[in-house]
Design a binder for this molecule. Structure first.
Ligand SMILES: NC(=O)c1ccc[n+]([C@@H]2O[C@H](COP(=O)([O-])OP(=O)(O)OC[C@H]3O[C@@H](n4cnc5c(N)ncnc54)[C@H](O)[C@@H]3O)[C@@H](O)[C@H]2O)c1
Length: 379
């Protein structure tokens, strides 16, 4: 009989849906010692919190996140709210001895992120940051192929995360629908929102980043603020491109924008090694492109691996070979790994401490864009 883990979900938006869905499904597909129980959901508008609780099967709802954190019946706090709330909720949750899963980016800046790492480590509470793309089976397979040495020495790592939803000058900033455009709520623009994913995956697959050189641009300088009703300066980066050097000697090239007309969420990465290359594309997320120079010349070429077989990551838990899974499953894998980590004592990653490294790279990128200088990533 699995042991219950009572969930306190802070937020009822996009990520609260993906995480709630994952909690509901995880025990149907994974054999685990623990079972999430959807106890309480919290959000800004009471009627919306109630509707979310009804739809997803939470036992109760509230508009006061502090009540959830203080509730003795809650074991795990899920932080699925805008970035400027992550630190306050995480610090309180750690103090109350709760386990924490926090959405990315960990914090608004490195100083906050360090405080959060100290808090969870002092309280010795299990903690995880939701860089869910690590758990797309094709991305996990890429990591396995790299770790097996199939690529040999790595020369290049390049990643893009492209969207097009803020091109219109009519898109406002602030408020609940467009908090991502308000620097006070988001901390940064595409750097923290999109590149943080690319950086997390890159560090995981290719090791630490040593130094960065970046440029950012804010194409639309003023937007109406939904809360004040006034036209105000825009403080976020609309686009960011950076180069970097990895500790292993390879070169990195990253680009993100919300101004790439035609692209909705085009996250791609390509890794070029001495012996082989790998390429992945979120729009075709169950496939991994692989080129191996050691193949016989007459049949050498890019293979498109349909990642759906039982010996590929996570796939034996799902259907039968040939039947693919999608975006939502990366969150199911995330909670499965977290619960597995509780049972084995080998914590799932990235932990808050791992995510601090990504936060340092994001901050160095923004500093470099301001100064025009190369910036070293502090240890
Ligand atoms: N892992 C991913 O791929 C991914 C994708 C999207 C968002 N995110 C991250 O998830 C977090 C949430 O993003 P989202 O897209 O779900 O946002 P959202 O706008 O859809 O939802 C935000 C929620 O926060 C709640 N909220 C705001 N202020 C509150 C307060 N004071 N008290 C209680 N609740 C409050 C709102 O009621 C709302 O339910 C962000 O940190 C974002 O960066 C991660």
């Amino acid at each position: 009989m699995a042991k219950n883990i009572n969930i306190g979900m802070i937020g009822y938006g996009f990520m609260a849906r993906t995480h709630s869905n994952a909690h509901r499904k995880v025990n149907n597909f994974f054999d685990l010692e623990y079972r999430p129980v959807l106890k309480t959901v919290c959000g800004l508008v009471e009627a919306e919190a109630k509707a979310f609780a009804d739809k997803w099967g939470y036992e109760s709802y509230t508009t006061d996140w502090k009540k959830v954190v203080e509730d003795k019946n809650i074991d795990l706090i899920e932080i699925c709210v805008p970035n400027n709330m992550h630190a306050q909720v995480a610090l309180a949750a750690a103090k109350a001895g709760k386990m924490i899963i926090c959405e990315k980016p960990l914090a608004l800046n490195v100083a906050q992120a360090k405080e959060m790492v100290d808090a969870v480590e002092k309280a010795k509470v299990p903690n995880l940051v939701s860089f869910n793309y690590r758990r797309v089976p094709a991305v996990t397979l890429a990591k396995q192929l790299i770790d097996q040495g199939r690529l040999g020495r790595i020369f290049h790592y390049r990643a893009n995360f492209l969207q097009d939803w803020t091109i219109s000058t009519d898109v406002p900033q602030g408020g609940m629908a467009t908090w991502r455009l308000d620097v006070k709520a988001a901390g940064s623009g595409v750097t923290g929102d999109l590149l943080a994913h690319c950086i997390d995956t890159a560090i995981w697959q290719n090791g630490s980043i040593k130094c960065v050189n970046a440029m950012t641009e804010t194409f639309i300088k003023e937007r109406k603020n939904v809360e004040t009703g006034k036209v105000e300066p825009v403080g976020i980066d609309d686009a960011c491109t950076f180069f970097c050097r990895f500790d292993n000697g390879s070169l990195g090239n990253f680009e993100s924008t919300r101004y790439a007309r035609g692209h909705k969420a085009l996250y791609t990465f390509e890794i070029n090694g001495e012996k082989a290359s790998i390429r992945w594309d979120l729009h075709d997320l169950h496939r991994l492109q692989y080129f191996d120079h050691r193949d016989e010349g007459i049949i050498r070429g890019w293979r498109s691996i349909h990642v759906s077989d039982g010996d590929q990551p996570y796939m034996k838990k799902w259907w039968v070979p040939g039947l693919q899974i999608g975006y939502e499953h990366s969150f199911v894998h995330q909670i499965a790994d977290f619960l597995e980590g509780l049972a084995t004592g080998k914590p799932a990653r990235p932990t808050f401490r791992d995510a601090l490294e990504t936060q340092k790279v994001c901050e160095a990128v923004l500093t470099s864009a301001k100064t025009g200088q190369w910036v070293n990533i502090p240890s």
